[in-house]
Design a protein around this ligand. Structure first.
Ligand code: GDP
Ligand code: MG
Length: 370
């Protein structure tokens, strides 16, 4: 619509909101910075302050990723992004740790593992696999609700001694709703009373038909505790990824999704970004949710500083203006002015939503004018 909040207009003019409020008051319009004014009034103010009018629509201000499709010729294969789901105590955390631990021993000796919300391991054939290490269905559904479909493959962990449980079935439903293929990891096969065949049979009832039952869903019997068959699980993921032909253009400005974000005492706002396409580089200027910034440093899952991160790589980004939210998109833009413009626009949109819920009191209006 052709309205704008006073604060948003002030941001775009690089003036103080209070100065605009004062000018509006003189024009006979008592409003607060959070209230909207119409286009004519806005234009009057802009000229009043000696600025030039440049009309932009909302679509011009914000970034439309859907309109920015990569050429098929520019696409290169990328690592699959995997989320582990399953019933409580069936071994999600143990499996994530085992997969990662096995790889750290085999790979970079002395590499210190860092918890950054996601990590990459290398399969035997050298191909990489990215694991989101925030297991749990909430993280998955919440990210999806925010439009961030980052998971390519779901590993459904089912304890062989316990069988399918309510949260196993919930995980199946989430994966199906998201259209994400499942690989079943039948865990705890080292235990007495482990009955993997029973798991395969029960899965039929939920239309997860594994290969032994005539379907095309892969299943691997593993023990996270005894580190059995972990390589088989990695191979199964590699096979599934190959079928899916996962691709992204690495040669463009980066775009990524916030997996985790926090305010670090020493380092300031830090976000773990999963790069979706393009290559994120130190020095890049970006907007991330309603925050803008410049990449000061990139830290990988081994705690090493790196210069750039390509598609499917998880990386900690330092240099944010504030803490974004999980599921937010990071987009590299041409310059700081553009980053600030988009961030300011998004902040004002968020503010509008909040103030729409809580109407401004008269008292608040007068104190804002004082
Ligand atoms: P989560 O709740 O799904 O994350 O499950 P955890 O990884 O915390 O595991 C729950 C319990 O099962 C812990 O006591 C683990 O040591 C145990 N556990 C996990 N994997 C295995 C396994 O392969 N074999 C056996 N015997 N125990 C396991
Ligand atoms: Mg756990």
């Amino acid at each position: 619509p052709d309205t704008i909040t006073v604060q948003e207009l002030a941001n775009r003019m690089a003036e103080k909101g209070a100065d605009l409020v004062k000018a509006l008051f003189k024009m006979g319009m008592p409003v607060t910075v959070n209230q909207t004014i119409d286009q004519d009034t806005a234009e009057l103010l802009v000229t009043e302050f000696g600025h030039e009018i440049k009309r932009v629509s909302e679509a011009d201000v914000d970034i439309r990723h859907d309109e920015d499709v990569d050429d098929a010729a520019a696409l290169k294969s990328r690592a699959p992004v995997v989320t582990i789901m399953g019933h409580v105590d069936h071994g999600k955390t143990s499996l994530l740790d085992a997969l990662r631990g096995a790889n750290v021993q085999a790979g970079e000796a002395g590499g210190i593992t860092q918890h950054i919300g996601a990590y990459q391991v290398k399969a035997k054939d050298g191909s990489a696999i990215t694991f989101l290490d925030t297991p749990g269905h909430e993280a998955f559904t919440e990210m999806r609700a925010r439009g961030a479909n980052v998971t390519d493959i779901v590993i459904l962990v089912v304890a062989a001694d316990d069988g399918l449980k309510p949260q196993s079935i919930e995980a199946i439903n989430h994966a199906k709703a998201a259209g994400v293929p499942i690989i079943v990891a039948i865990n705890k096969i080292d235990k007495d009373g482990a009955n993997p065949q029973r798991v395969r049979e029960r899965l039929l009832e939920h239309e997860v038909i594994v290969e032994e039952m005539g379907g095309d869903v892969q299943n691997v019997e593993v023990s996270a505790l005894k580190k059995q068959n972990l390589d088989k699980l990695l191979d199964a993921i590699a096979v599934q990824a190959e079928i899916m032909e996962l691709k992204a253009n690495p040669d463009r400005n980066a775009e990524g999704t916030v997996v985790e974000a926090k305010l670090d005492k020493g380092r300031g706002p830090v976000a773990t970004i999963l790069v979706r396409r393009g290559t994120l580089k130190v020095g890049d200027i970006f907007v991330c949710g309603a925050e803008s910034g410049r990449v000061r440093a990139l830290v990988n899952d081994k705690g090493q500083q790196i210069k750039e991160a390509g598609p499917s790589m998880p990386v900690e980004v330092l240099g944010l203006g504030g803490v974004p939210m999980a599921g937010d998109t990071l987009t590299v833009v041409e310059n700081e002015a553009r980053a600030r413009e988009v961030a300011a626009y998004r902040q004002s949109e968020a503010l509008k939503k909040r103030t729409a819920q809580a109407p401004v009191s008269l008292e608040g209006m007068f104190s804002a004018l004082a």
